[in-house]
Design a protein around this ligand. Structure first.
Ligand code: NAP
Length: 351
């Protein structure tokens, strides 16, 4: 069976998902699109040469009986209502982060999904599909570095637009570390603190940049994350786990080594789309494959979306108070087993 997708939001990432499902992945096809900007939806259909119906809004797209699954790639505050409508209609959902902009709405989605009776939702936390993070997780699971004690992580972007605000360092940027790090060490978070260092002059006046976060887990692991979104030099993601008998570090993206002018140099990627391009392919392929084989998506769950929302709410509070803020999760329902699976299978090749 081919999984027939409707795409809600045909902006930057919505288009890349249309492209990958149409041109690189197997088992899926785009049959419907919508965007609040109808011209954007129409131009996506033309750009990728797909036979997809253009709908005026998310509700009419979800109601199309030819749509088995929806990809939600509109702007964050609109995600939750589309997810809830899709669950109500019994459609599978791949939702870009955030699942919802508040912990309450995320919980409403969790409850709606449990009421429906089986998992329908996968959240677009693609770092779990990155080869480097997967290798680190395997090493930790195999006890190669002993019990993890600390993590040092870095999330740097070259620059941000004028719409990027101080809280977005948590809700838009840190959110990727929030998801991948609890998965990496299979632990839940306990508290978060935000420290504002000396501001860079390279950011706009309204923005505190860089920011440093200290997160503690229930098992006592201490995590530091530097978020520096106007670092100027590139898109730079780092992660090192310090264990009792060794350390393990996220590998650098392999780029050619240049010897020139009495120096050895290696380019740093500039664009997030390039850094995790394989992971984006793998997450959607896994979504398609697990639904076709098992009847439900196996990737990051609504519960993971809820964890991210509770943690980012606490992170934004911590930015305001300067204090250690508690991250208080409800008890995990049995419906959501600990840690979601990520596929180790490679892509099936192009169609
Ligand atoms: P974008 O380029 O602004 O695209 C969003 C599109 O959705 C725009 O065309 C927007 O129209 C449209 N839209 C807004 N509200 C809508 C609604 N209610 N119904 C239908 N369409 C609506 O943004 P993007 O970079 O693609 O990001 C989209 C989402 O993906 C965000 O939630 C973002 O956080 C997430 N994202 C995730 C990753 C990742 O690494 N996993 C990377 C990038 C983005 P207008 O422009 O007219 O408002």
């Amino acid at each position: 069976m081919t999984l027939r997708f409707g795409v809600i939001g045909t902006g930057a990432i919505g288009k890349t998902h249309i492209d990958r499902i149409t041109n690189r992945l197997s088992g899926g096809e785009i049959v419907a699109v919508t965007d609040i900007n109808q011209n954007s939806a129409k131009s996506a259909v033309e750009e990728y040469g797909i036979q997809a119906k253009v709908y005026p809004d998310d509700k009419s797209l979800i109601a199309d009986e030819n749509v088995d699954a929806v990809i939600i790639a509109s702007w964050g505050p609109a995600h939750a209502e589309s997810v809830l409508a899709a669950i109500e209609a019994g459609k599978y959902v791949f939702c870009e982060k955030p699942l919802a902009t508040t912990a309450e709405k995320s919980l409403e989605i969790v409850e709606a999904e449990m009421k429906f009776g089986k998992p329908l939702v996968q959240v677009g936390f693609m770092r779990r599909y990155d080869q480097g993070y997967k290798q680190m997780k395997n090493a930790i699971v195999n006890n190669e570095i002993g019990e993890p004690l600390m993590i040092h992580a870095v999330h740097r972007n070259q620059s941000t637009s004028e719409n990027y605000t101080t809280d977005m360092a948590v809700v838009d940027t840190l959110i990727h570390e929030i998801d991948v790090l609890h998965w990496l060490i299979n632990d839940d978070y306990k508290s978060i603190q935000a420290i504002f260092p000396k501001r860079t002059t390279k950011a706009l006046d309204h923005l505190q940049d860089p920011q440093l976060f200290i997160i503690e887990t229930q098992r006592g692991i201490v995590i530091t994350v530097e978020v520096f979104t106007n670092c100027q030099f590139g898109y730079d993601i780092q992660c090192e786990v310090i264990g009792e008998i060794g350390t393990i570090k996220l590998p650098e993206v392999p780029t050619p080594v240049v010897r020139k002018n009495a120096a050895i140099s290696q380019p740093i990627l500039q664009d997030w789309k390039d850094r995790f391009i394989v992971a984006y392919d793998l997450e959607i392929q896994h979504f398609i494959d697990s639904i076709r084989k098992k009847g439900y998506p196996e990737g990051p769950t609504s519960w993971d979306g809820y964890i991210a929302a509770v943690t980012s709410d606490a992170g934004v509070r911590a930015q305001k108070t300067g204090q250690k803020e508690l991250i208080e999760l409800k008890a995990r329902p049995e419906f959501y087993p600990t840690g979601s699976k990520t596929s180790t299978s490679s892509l099936r090749g192009s169609k």
